[in-house]
Design a protein around this ligand. Structure first.
Ligand code: SF4
Ligand code: MG
Length: 287
């Protein structure tokens, strides 16, 4: 008897922002026309880490903080796959912070969606790197990943949304998915997705957001100017949302797999390269 996989039901608290993020991912897949069987959704550890259970695509629950390297590996192994990595701020910016920097630097073809609520929700509300006033060290400033992304010159798509503005969230998700499916590299979207149970930031964040998409002076295609403007807004205790930056840079796939046809086994080509690389390394140590 054939059994068809049934998607799960969200286990999130009523009012959790993650419902909106899941809805936006599904909306974007439908708008862009990507089929479930052509898509892999990966998630990290945390409340947000259950999102892949609720989407009927292929799913993978990665180790804590390791969603990006896992997603990059999957997208290199099968360049035809649409890869959507997702997770929370604790997963992506703390234990996975090193992978974030290198993911942004390498510009792989995938969509990375981070649900930021300023805490570790699954373990009952400990501070994450984006907590506005950390309990243990209240003078510490929260991490702003849009500024981090702008400072890395190979980033090609940076955006931030908030779940209370679903039209903008949906639109950015569609743009991000198109960006990566067109082979332009990594689309990184941070969604302000409040945790109503342990850190209900809906009121503060709704007052603090500044919509760059509504600012005719803002230039999302000028990295230097965008960095200056985002920095100014952060200094003023505002949270910039909208399309923060888009630009062009070779994707990881275009430089690494340029001499491979899609689906060509990584085994032969990759192991040949690895063997040659190992020979070169050993030759460098030869006396
Ligand atoms: Fe969402 Fe917070 Fe509940 Fe987790 S604990 S499901 S982050 S509201
Ligand atoms: Mg979190």
């Amino acid at each position: 008897m054939t059994r068809t996989y049934q998607t799960g039901r969200p286990i999130w608290c009523a009012g959790c922002g993650h419902f909106g993020v899941q809805g936006a991912i599904l909306h974007a897949m439908k708008q862009v026309g990507v089929e479930l069987h052509e898509t892999l959704v990966l998630a990290g550890i945390g409340c947000s880490g259950t999102v892949q259970n609720n989407i009927g695509a292929y799913g993978y629950h990665s180790m804590h903080g390791r969603v990006l390297p896992t997603a990059i590996g999957a997208s290199l192994a099968n360049p035809d796959l649409t890869v959507i990595a997702s997770g929370g701020d604790g997963d992506g910016y703390a234990i996975g912070g090193g992978h974030l920097m290198h993911g942004l630097k390498r510009n792989p073809n995938l969509l990375y969606v981070v649900m930021n609520n300023g805490i570790y929700g699954l373990t009952k509300g400990q501070d994450s790197p984006t907590k506005e006033v950390p309990i243990a060290s209240p003078d510490e400033d929260p991490l702003d990943v849009m500024m981090l992304g702008l400072s890395i010159r190979s980033t090609t798509f940076l955006a931030r949304a908030i779940t209370t503005r679903s039209d903008q969230l949906n639109d950015l998700m569609v743009q991000g998915l198109n960006h990566t499916r067109e082979g332009k590299g990594m689309a990184f979207i941070e969604v302000l997705s409040p945790c109503v149970t342990y850190n209900d930031t809906y009121p503060q964040w709704m007052n603090k957001v500044y919509d760059l998409d509504d600012d005719p002076e803002y230039r999302n295609d000028d990295r230097g100017k965008a960095f200056f403007d985002v920095h100014q807004l952060v200094q003023q205790d505002r949270i910039p949302i909208g399309l923060v930056f888009h630009g062009e840079h070779a994707s990881l796939q275009s430089s690494l797999l340029s001499d491979m046809t899609p689906h060509e086994s990584l085994d032969e080509q990759h192991s040949a390269r690895s063997k040659q690389h190992m020979k070169d390394v050993l030759a460098a140590y030869a006396v």
